[in-house]
Design a protein around this ligand. Structure first.
Ligand code: FE
Length: 231
């Protein structure tokens, strides 16, 4: 079996949020899709280890923000590679509370929707949550971020808890890209590519890793420069 086959399936990139009482949390999800239009329902696959999973189980509602191509890696990393158990993911993020008091992330979102949980399916490491769409709003006409765009253009990787994570494929892909001196974040696997730089954070394309400012941090997980190693 060629595991790369599964990487030919296309996805978007979303922030799924939920709550427990007054506490709120959100995370990146890519395995999300519409199931029916009458009534409008969607499904999302969430890892059982994640705090958002716990919150959806308890509150029986979740929201979805559909991310635009403009979303920077730092922003995605905040929701995708960090846990709401350790940090407040909403600290510098613009959001509003929906009818169910679950946050809807507005930054880099081109649309958002609110759902009520109507069913769930246990699929081992993950649960597929099925939600009835109760409210929905278009926020901008930007292009939606696809998972392929995130990987190829932005240089992003999957955390181990993502439904689409494949260590084998991610490692193979990193090998293929080996031409110049690239540096890998030991914490999250983000690869600094000199040709691309990190323009979102003031590092111009073509900047050697050695010349990246010392106070620069991993755009995905926030690790320091010393936590990088040559690939
Ligand atoms: Fe990192």
């Amino acid at each position: 079996m060629d595991p790369k086959t599964l990487h030919k399936i296309s996805y978007g990139l979303y922030i799924v949020c939920s709550k427990e009482g007054e506490k709120i949390n959100g995370q990146i999800a890519n395995a999300l899709f519409q199931i029916t239009s009458e009534p409008p329902t969607i499904a999302v696959s969430i890892n059982k280890q994640n705090l958002t999973h716990e919150y959806i189980e308890k509150s029986k509602c979740f929201t979805v923000s559909i991310l635009s191509e403009k979303a920077p890696l730092t922003f995605i990393g905040n929701f995708g590679f960090k846990s709401g158990r350790d940090i407040d993911k909403f600290k510098d993020v613009e959001f509003k509370l929906g009818n169910s008091k679950v946050p809807l992330v507005l930054d880099y979102a081109l649309a958002c929707l609110e759902t009520k949980l109507i069913d769930k399916i246990d699929v081992g490491t993950h649960t597929i949550f099925i939600g009835n769409v109760e409210d929905a709003e278009v926020l901008s006409e930007e292009k939606p971020m696809t998972y392929e765009f995130y990987h190829k253009v932005k240089g992003g990787y999957s955390p181990k808890t993502a439904p689409t994570y494949s260590g084998e494929v991610d490692r193979a892909r990193k090998k293929e890209e080996k031409k110049m001196d690239k540096y890998v974040c030991k914490v999250c696997g983000y690869v600094y590519e000199p040709e691309k730089g990190d323009p979102d954070n003031g590092v111009a394309p073509g900047t050697k890793f050695e010349d990246v400012p010392e106070d620069w941090v991993c755009p995905v997980c926030g690790a320091r420069k010393e936590d990088f190693e040559k690939e």
